[in-house]
Design a protein. Structure first.
Length: 463
């Protein structure tokens, strides 16, 4: 083993799939993540850089590169140490509009730059000072090493270290995480048992639940867009949803997924629907997995029957039971899950998926020590047409990340409004049938949504 190499081990199946997509279509920029934080404070730049360097010593994924050429199977290599640098630019003499234009230009050029997977770290940082005590921090990373669940843990660690360094203290003792522990756990799992589970889950699934009737024409020449379009429920509605969820032993995640499944039935005209759902992938029987930093999240199918005469509450409880069962086999790679269905190999298993962010993602922004975070935006692109993202908080926010060459922005806004009204009606009463819930929702639709519904010529009964 070379002197600068600490460890070598295989990729997880999820990492393998990400690497495949990234190498075969680098121009698409899939799984290239950009987080932008605006924060205020008297920043000690030297301490900030040292803190990120120390962070790389704590977590092996930050020192990981990938090798695949002339190998039967790709490998990931953990280096003893790497250099983390922060690009700094002073924009204080530039007008606010020009600052935004420069930020937009930077993000675009960064996406074009991409990543060299054979070079660690696969994370880079840029800091732009826009006022005396106001900064934009751009954190760019690739999903092959980090998932969204990991980011709050990383930021929590780096800020604790920064606070110590900025006060001329030693870095606090932290345990860090070794991604190799997860790879070892994966190699011990019974894949045949997982395959049988997924065969039962996907019995009868022959095609994805299409959203093609929502597509707009002549969008291919539009400027590339990456932002989520978002909508928020009121604090009162969010509180009602949380109260109802607790009373009936449900989660807000289940309510959001149930709402999307019902709309998917409504939009597609099918009462058997399939969508993707992101699972954390942190196994309960792996010590320290809950706090592990790495790419462990997996997107897996949820196959549901939506009968209009079904009572809403028992149907949601069945959905939650199904989600709990999936967690036992969430490590099974999507490419193998698809083989358990009758969907042809050249078709995706689903056309939309739901992500519900880790609760800690929202809270950590309020706890950044002496640096006050005032805003956070994310830019990314997946290989799915439509991604619904739930952001927990005092006001539940729902965002949609979408393929701008398939959907018009107005269509996405209308879908979000539809989803919001559906959740508001859930918050008022879960003792309805699914048909009654949809009928109530239709009564409150804005005129544009009614027009969209009529244009799609969909049957509200989902036969």
């Amino acid at each position: 083993m070379r002197e600068d190499i600490q460890d070598i081990y295989p990729l997880s199946p999820i990492q393998h799939g990400i690497l495949f997509h990234a190498l075969h279509a680098p121009e698409l920029g899939l799984y290239h993540m950009q987080d932008i934080y605006t924060f205020k404070g008297n920043l000690n730049l030297s301490a900030f850089e040292r803190a990120w360097q120390q962070l790389s010593a704590l977590h092996t994924v930050l020192r990981t590169s990938f090798y695949w050429e002339e190998l039967e199977k790709p490998l990931q290599v953990v280096h003893d140490q790497i250099e983390v640098s922060i690009e700094y630019q002073d924009w204080r003499g530039i007008a606010p509009d020009a600052q935004q234009a420069k930020l937009k230009s930077f993000l675009k050029s960064d996406r074009l730059r991409g990543f060299d997977f054979s070079q660690a770290p696969l994370i880079r940082l840029a800091l732009f000072q826009v006022e005396d005590n106001v900064y934009y921090l751009v954190c760019v990373w690739h999903l092959i090493i980090l998932d969204g669940w990991s980011i709050p843990f990383l930021l929590n660690d780096v800020i604790q270290i920064y606070e110590a360094y900025s006060q001329n203290q030693d870095a606090p003792l932290m345990s860090g995480s070794c991604f190799g522990d997860y790879i070892n756990w994966l190699q011990q799992q019974d894949l045949s048992q997982a395959a049988e589970f997924w065969r039962q889950q996907l019995k009868g699934v022959k095609e994805p639940t299409s959203l093609a009737n929502l597509y707009s024409q002549n969008l291919s020449n539009l400027e590339e867009r990456y932002e989520d379009i978002q909508i928020s429920l009121s604090a009162a509605t969010t509180k009602n949803l949380e109260t109802l969820a607790r009373q009936h032993h449900l989660t807000i995640n289940t309510l959001v997924q149930g709402a999307w499944a019902i709309l998917l039935c409504h939009y597609s005209g099918k009462n058997n629907v399939i969508y993707g759902c992101t699972f954390s992938g942190r196994p309960v029987d792996l010590p320290g997995a809950e706090l592990m930093v790495g790419e462990m999240v997996n997107t897996l199918p949820v196959h549901l029957k939506v009968n209009m005469d079904d009572d809403l509450l028992p149907w949601l409880q069945e959905l939650q039971t199904q989600l709990v069962e999936i967690r036992e086999y969430e490590y099974y790679p999507l490419v193998d899950v698809q083989k358990c269905s009758q969907v042809r190999g050249n078709l995706p298993l689903f056309a939309s998926f739901v992500v519900f962010e880790n609760q800690k993602t929202g809270r950590f922004l309020e706890e950044w020590g002496s640096l006050n975070i005032s805003e956070h935006n994310s830019f990314y692109k997946t290989n799915y047409p439509l991604t619904i993202v739930g952001y927990p908080g005092s006001e539940l926010t729902i965002g949609i990340n979408y393929d701008f060459q398939l959907f018009a922005a107005a269509t996405i806004v209308n879908i979000l409004e539809h989803l919001k009204i559906l959740l508001e009606n859930m918050a008022n009463n879960l003792n309805l049938t699914i048909q009654e819930l949809l009928s109530l929702t239709e009564q409150k639709l804005h005129p544009e949504l009614v027009m969209l519904k009529n244009q799609m010529s969909l049957n509200f009964d989902c036969v």
